[in-house]
Write a protein that binds this ligand. Structure first.
Ligand code: AMP
Ligand code: MG
Length: 421
């Protein structure tokens, strides 16, 4: 055991629950379809038209009366040619056919398609020989066979992808109601931080959390707002957090939430909530990395509650606590119905060692598809909370419960943070 008593640590699940319960989906907005990718639909969308809008052919060939082909091979008179986009000029009567291209409307009288591959030239230019019997409905796509007018096209809660946009466009649903996308401020704190390509003085480091968190927000479909770096000064941090709460739907800070003398984020959040209302929590999560975390839901004059995540400063900790605590909350703001990350079963390809300490360890691992169809994981490198290299090399976090770890071949659950190799 390390010096934290297990009692004062709170489980990741409890923190996720509490944080999610203080976040509400952002109000609905109406947007055009071309802007809708990645938004969460706030209201069901129904088809305004039948899809397809008219009965049409699925293949190039000849529109025929199925009855006429009962004793195939048969010869029929070709009375016209119908390309896609044209309306039929004449009906198909007994003994006749219309040459037809994929997507063209079925001419009246015809009830099946003889595909061109199963036809031959007839005894004259205006005749065609149909080789096989055509069944009624063959290669015909009836009106409304994809969606009928009034059918549910896309349900509320759906994350709009390219196929949804195509579907909605095809039923003329060109404006849709979605949850607004959260704009999220990102603020780094620390006297040691420098931005830009200046030489480092002893004691200084480059600010990596802001860049990493802004990129995470971009990847996850939120609007990141760069609020810069603040020194370890209560006034400066207070001004930064107030600015963030005013301008954003949520705020991420990093640094200043542990037990150090200059950890002002905690203090500032306590004072701010005491002044304007809301709630504030200082957590010690039973996870490694990313034990300390401040969370506040800060009341605004407009009656909103702005979630503020005081993430720990260590670079791996800030990214991991974003992933497991802030991201689910932001997904809830964005309207996702299942905001928590999915735990996926995997198998350890190497020993994933650890010591008992009352915490869930989130190891940076490389996950890949194994030959037997299972996902296999191996360590991505040094697991220190300052070791960004292994985080960068990883595409998953392995959830290794308290104990001595998982031995090679053992089961382990993972959270994917990148795409599977
Ligand atoms: P803190 O949480 O403020 O005690 O910081 C913990 C560790 O994370 C210290 O080594 C800090 O220098 C480092 N750190 C804090 N903020 C950042 C940042 N924005 N980028 C890189 N490292 C940071
Ligand atoms: Mg600090």
């Amino acid at each position: 055991m390390d010096r934290d008593s297990v009692e004062e640590l709170v489980s990741l699940e409890a923190v996720q629950r509490l944080v999610l319960s203080s976040c509400l989906p952002l109000g609905p907005i109406e947007i055009g379809l071309s802007d809708a990718l990645g938004f969460v639909l706030a209201e069901d969308v129904r088809a305004l038209e039948d899809l397809p809008p008219f009965s049409n052919t699925a293949m190039d060939g000849y529109a025929v009366r199925a009855d006429d082909t009962a004793s195939a091979p048969v010869e029929l008179s070709v009375i016209g040619v119908l390309p896609a986009g044209a309306a039929p000029a004449q009906a198909v009567g007994p003994g006749t056919a219309v040459q037809i291209m994929t997507g063209a409307p079925m001419p009246p009288g015809a009830d099946g398609i003889a595909i061109v591959e199963r036809t031959e030239p007839g005894s004259s230019d205006s005749k065609v020989r149909i080789l096989d019997r055509v069944s009624p409905g063959a290669y015909v796509r009836p009106a409304g066979s994809d969606l009928r007018r009034g059918d549910l096209a896309v349900a509320a809660g759906t994350v709009i992808g390219p196929a949804h946009i195509g579907l909605l466009a095809s039923v003329d649903a060109t404006r849709i109601t979605v949850h607004a996308r959260p704009s999220v401020g990102v603020l780094s704190t620390g006297d040691e931080l420098v931005g830009g390509t200046v030489p480092l003085e002893l004691g200084q480091i480059r600010d990596s959390n802001r860049q990493g968190l802004l990129a995470s927000l971009q990847r996850d479909g939120f609007v990141g707002i760069d609020l810069g770096v603040r020194p370890d000064d209560e006034e400066a941090i207070s001004a930064g957090i107030r600015e963030g709460v005013e301008c954003c739907d949520a705020l991420l800070t990093s640094g200043g939430v542990s037990m150090g003398e200059f950890d002002f984020v905690k203090v500032v959040l306590e004072r701010l909530v005491a002044e304007v209302g809301g709630q504030v929590h200082q957590f010690k999560l039973a996870i490694k990395p990313a034990k300390p975390l401040s969370f506040a839901a800060v009341a605004t004059p407009g009656g909103r509650l702005v979630p503020v995540f005081g993430l720990p400063g260590n670079p791996v900790s800030s990214m991991v606590s974003y992933q497991v605590v802030a991201l689910p909350a932001l997904r809830k703001l964005a309207g996702h119905h299942s905001p928590l990350p999915r735990r996926i079963p995997a198998v350890a390809a190497d020993d994933l060692e650890r010591r008992p300490d009352g915490k869930l360890h989130l190891l940076r691992v490389i996950a890949a598809m194994g030959a037997d169809g299972h996902i296999v994981v191996r360590s991505a490198g040094g697991q220190g909370s300052h070791q960004l290299a292994a985080l960068a090399a990883s595409n998953a976090l392995a959830l290794v419960p308290d104990g001595l770890g998982v031995t090679t071949g053992g089961d382990v659950q993972i959270l994917l943070t990148g795409s599977l190799e």
